[in-house]
Design a binder for this molecule. Structure first.
Ligand code: AMP
Length: 291
């Protein structure tokens, strides 16, 4: 199948073979290729990853759009996940050079039986809340990287544990790609941009805007000497008082291992997952060691 160059402002590859043909041409021309894996429903946060790729030397950018079934658990929103390819392509306009949008059978052919499973960093937080999630993520990202063979791949710190998982996988499997982490892009009130924010009602959206402020205040308090456990417990209560239905975790962790930290004796990360209305919102930020 040739590349689809007529549907949108930028070409679309639907098969691994087409993707590889395009990448091979760019390689001959000495281009530096970035891959930005997404599930579509693109917002400015996704688009910012393209910029980060360019700042890291990319001259060509491939954005993959694939709603990956294996990273959704039973009862999660795989079916309902927003699928907006034409709008996504419009947003990508001339920011990217190619969309890779395979279908399910291209990524998971008949008889598919291989899973990439990263241990350690996935045992906690999202891994506890969503036990099959990171196997799905690691598997699809390994496949995307092997299909494309980019020089670099960009992932958002929005999904901080995912970024650490992918770094671990790429190191362990010696996949020849540089993994670049990109900062969280936020709405005006600080809410981390997310494709799932569209599920929020107006009242929930207002409350959701407090999540980042509470997280920041807690991170600052801890940097200034507040006890970690007390500060986190009080922040969780504030979220429940605001109308969050459930706080899965609000916790301070080691920036690389994600091991719990009782006392701030190194740079750390505060991470939260909390449910309000339909979505589970994720956010995280650094907790700086002062002095
Ligand atoms: P998703 O489509 O949700 O799988 O996200 C695709 C990529 O975009 C992942 O690397 C995410 O971490 C990243 N991403 C999602 N939201 C944001 C955001 N608000 N700021 C920066 N990166 C983001």
């Amino acid at each position: 199948m040739p590349l689809d160059t007529t549907s949108y402002a930028l070409p679309v590859a639907r098969t691994v073979a087409d993707l590889r043909t395009q990448v091979a041409q760019w390689r001959k021309a000495d281009e530096t290729i970035a891959m930005v894996p997404t599930m579509g429903a693109l917002h400015e946060g996704h688009l910012s990853l393209i910029d980060v790729g360019r700042q890291n030397g990319a001259t060509k950018t491939i954005v993959s759009i694939f709603v990956n079934p294996t990273q959704f658990g039973p009862g999660e929103d795989f079916e309902a996940y927003p699928r907006t390819e034409p709008q996504d392509a419009k947003k990508l306009g001339n920011l990217a050079d190619l969309i890779f949008a395979p279908n399910g059978a291209e990524m998971y052919p008949e008889g598919y039986a291989t899973t990439v499973s990263v241990k350690g960093v996935t045992n906690t937080l999202e891994g506890e809340a969503r036990p099959t999630h990171f196997d799905g993520v690691a598997t699809v990202v390994a496949k995307l990287l092997l299909a494309c063979g980019p020089d670099l791949a960009v992932f958002g710190e929005k999904d901080y544990q995912q970024l650490l998982t992918i770094r671990r996988m790429v190191t362990d499997l010696a996949i020849p790609v540089k993994i670049v982490g990109a900062p969280i892009l936020r709405e005006e009130d600080g809410l981390a941009m997310s494709s799932r924010n569209v599920y929020l009602t107006e009242a929930e959206r207002t409350a959701a805007g407090q999540l980042n402020l509470i997280l920041k205040a807690t991170a600052d308090a801890i940097s200034n000497g507040a006890a970690i456990e007390t500060a986190c417990t009080s922040a969780q209560q504030k979220l429940l008082d605001l109308g969050f239905a459930q706080v899965d975790y609000l916790t301070v962790r080691d920036t690389v291992s994600l091991a719990p930290i009782a006392k701030l004796d190194r740079e750390a990360r505060i991470l939260v997952a909390a449910k309000i209305g339909k979505p589970r919102l994720l956010d995280n930020m650094p907790v700086h060691l002062r002095g």
